[in-house]
Design a protein around this ligand. Structure first.
Ligand code: GLU
Length: 279
């Protein structure tokens, strides 16, 4: 009896020790976004069908997910070694600065403001800001938004562009994610949702929204998607750029485009050249 007690106690001590070790290596992970344990943490969106989506079964899909998976492989990580982390629009710079993730592939447009805080590899896709409205809406251009309720996401270039140039007199509501904007559009709380056409096409094509929404078809900006890394991590930028070039040249980029944008009938631009930003 006594012996059994001792055994149970040592088992508990052993379990504690194991937990402590696991915690220790987790902490190390979050310093760098990668670890000696062979995992890499990658930031993506969780609510953007066709780009970055967390499926109900816990798996991930989308063009950004496929790009991230290809890049991670080139960095030496198999798909089962990737740990995806949600990085919403307003959280991206901080997630990189804190070392929560090694890189971010999350419809992340390269611009001068962001380049003060993070470095970018790429670009790997050129999208354009557009508007999503109800199928029977009369909104046909950016100017039509003045005086209207418009939804965008905080920390996105789309919200900035509306305030600075597209429709300064629109009633802009900013939410933390695009799914909240979509709910507002469906309920009539907002008249339009603005962000990249790549994202909007993915929403409009969802079975549950079929026929309800339309893209206006305006190219209100150029959004050059880059892969964000921690400021100063030039070695990772160089490796990711090499991976992106290979992804285009071996046909994997086009395959990922067809697979993820095909269902939404999104007509994407051709693959950008690394380091070339379309202003
Ligand atoms: N590509 C734009 C941006 O980086 C809009 C999409 C997003 O919020 O991720 O802000």
């Amino acid at each position: 009896m006594k012996l059994r007690k001792v055994t149970a106690a040592s088992a508990a001590v052993l379990a504690l020790a194991l937990t402590a070790t696991a915690c220790g290596s987790d902490d190390k992970d979050s310093d760098s976004g990668s670890s000696g344990g062979g995992k890499i943490k990658v930031g993506i969106k969780y609510d953007q069908p066709g780009l970055g989506l967390k499926e109900p079964d816990g798996s991930f899909s989308g063009f950004d997910v496929d790009v991230a998976t290809y890049v991670a492989k080139e960095l030496g990580y198999e798909p089962n070694q990737i740990q995806f982390v949600e990085t919403k629009s307003a959280d991206r710079e901080n997630a990189l600065a804190r070392g929560d993730v090694k890189f971010i592939t999350a419809t992340y447009s390269i611009n001068d403001e962001r380049k003060k805080k993070v470095d970018f590899a790429g670009p790997y896709l050129l999208a354009h800001q557009d508007l999503l409205v109800k199928a029977d809406s009369k909104i046909a251009a950016g100017e039509d938004l003045n005086g209207k309720n418009l939804c965008s996401v905080s920390g996105s270039t789309s919200a900035q562009n509306v305030k600075n140039k597209i429709a300064p007199k629109a009633n802009l509501r900013t939410y933390s994610g695009y799914s909240e904007c979509l709910a507002g559009l469906q309920s009539g709380a907002v008249d339009a949702l603005t962000t990249d056409d790549s994202i909007l096409a993915g929403f409009a094509a969802q079975d549950k929204y079929k026929g309800q929404f339309k893209l206006v078809g305006e190219k209100l900006s150029n959004e050059n998607y880059g892969i964000g890394v921690k400021k100063g991590d030039k070695a990772t930028v160089d490796k990711i750029n090499a991976a992106l070039e290979k992804m285009v040249s071996d046909g994997s980029w086009q395959k990922a485009v067809d697979k993820n944008f095909g269902p939404a009938n999104y007509k994407n631009e051709e693959a950008p050249k690394i380091g070339v930003i379309v202003k």
